[in-house]
Design a protein around this ligand. Structure first.
Ligand SMILES: Nc1ncnc2c1ncn2[C@@H]1O[C@H](COP(=O)(O)OP(=O)(O)OP(=O)(O)O)[C@@H](O)[C@H]1O
Ligand SMILES: [Mg+2]
Length: 259
């Protein structure tokens, strides 16, 4: 992938259109989207159910290539990137938190989180150490060897986020990462995303919670497959004022230094 600077557009969409179905049943899920996201932006996407948020994230995350229009990733049209190369980009540079989490039911929590590291060629024991480390950030170290069905909804959600971040991807796509969580658990996740943002990662997060958009540098609202508004928030994050703020990243770094 090309070397990018802070101001380089990492994602550029031109007249992006996505339709599902045919004839009378046809749905225009994305209707001529024009959007440029620069490296290091933290973008929140909001909008009513069915307006196209997940569809947009799937295309940005290279999970869906059947669209009309132009998509340039790091200055390169995705049309010209081979499937093999796209798969590598997906596994090494993009972290995806799915709306339905997609944990593998027959694997334990720690094995689920360690999956993305397989593609990096990291040996098994090292994978488990790294996965264990990130699970601690999400307060899940006591659940490492649980199976997904033994977790609460909120715990499943945190495991899915840990898995998306374990590979240290430069682009994080999160589809309602705090959907089922109470404010303390949401705060842990938002702090983690905030930290990644501060380290120069590009984050695109779908949320229905307007309070969470204050963590981001840009808020986009969608309506009927189109971008409705595109603004920069000015309010301080409400959640940051709460007590007992976990120092997730710092703890991880200290621990890594020791190894
Ligand atoms: N595989 C599919 N086949 C047919 N229609 C689809 C498919 N996936 C999405 N759609 C339709 O495309 C539109 C956009 O769906 P999308 O999942 O992107 O919405 P969303 O904004 O993520 O909604 P939510 O907030 O409920 O998650 C909807 O009308 C949906 O029914
Ligand atoms: Mg959705």
């Amino acid at each position: 992938m090309a070397i990018t600077t802070k101001k380089t557009p990492v994602i550029k969409l031109r007249d992006l259109e996505k339709r599902f179905g045919i004839g009378d049943a046809e749905i225009i899920a994305l209707d001529k989207i024009n959007l440029t996201i620069k490296k290091g932006e933290f973008v929140s996407i909001m909008g009513p159910s069915g307006c196209g948020k997940t569809t947009l994230l799937n295309i940005i995350g290279l999970l869906d290539s059947s669209f009309v229009g132009e998509y340039e990733l790091d200055g390169k049209s995705v049309d010209s990137i081979s499937e093999y190369r796209q798969a590598r980009i997906r596994s090494q540079q993009i972290g995806f938190v799915f709306q339905n989490f997609n944990l593998i039911p027959r694997l334990s929590v720690i094995e689920n989180v360690a999956i993305p590291l397989v593609y990096k060629g990291i040996p098994h024991t090292k994978r488990l150490i790294i996965a264990s480390d990130i699970l601690r950030n999400f307060h899940l170290n006591e659940r490492e060897y649980y199976m997904p069905y033994q977790l609460s909804g909120g715990q499943v959600q945190r495991v899915a986020i840990a898995r998306a971040l374990v590979n240290e991807p430069s682009i994080i796509l999160a589809d309602e990462p705090t959907g089922n969580l109470d404010s303390r658990a949401s705060h842990i996740i938002m702090e983690e995303l905030s930290d990644l943002h501060k380290h120069g990662n590009t984050i695109i997060m779908v949320t229905h919670n307007p309070r969470l958009t204050t963590y981001s540098s840009r808020v986009i609202t969608m309506l009927d497959g189109q971008i409705d508004t595109d603004t920069k928030p000015t309010v301080e994050p409400v959640e940051q004022k709460s007590k007992g703020k976990p120092k997730t990243k710092r703890r991880k770094k200290q621990k890594r230094k020791k190894r």
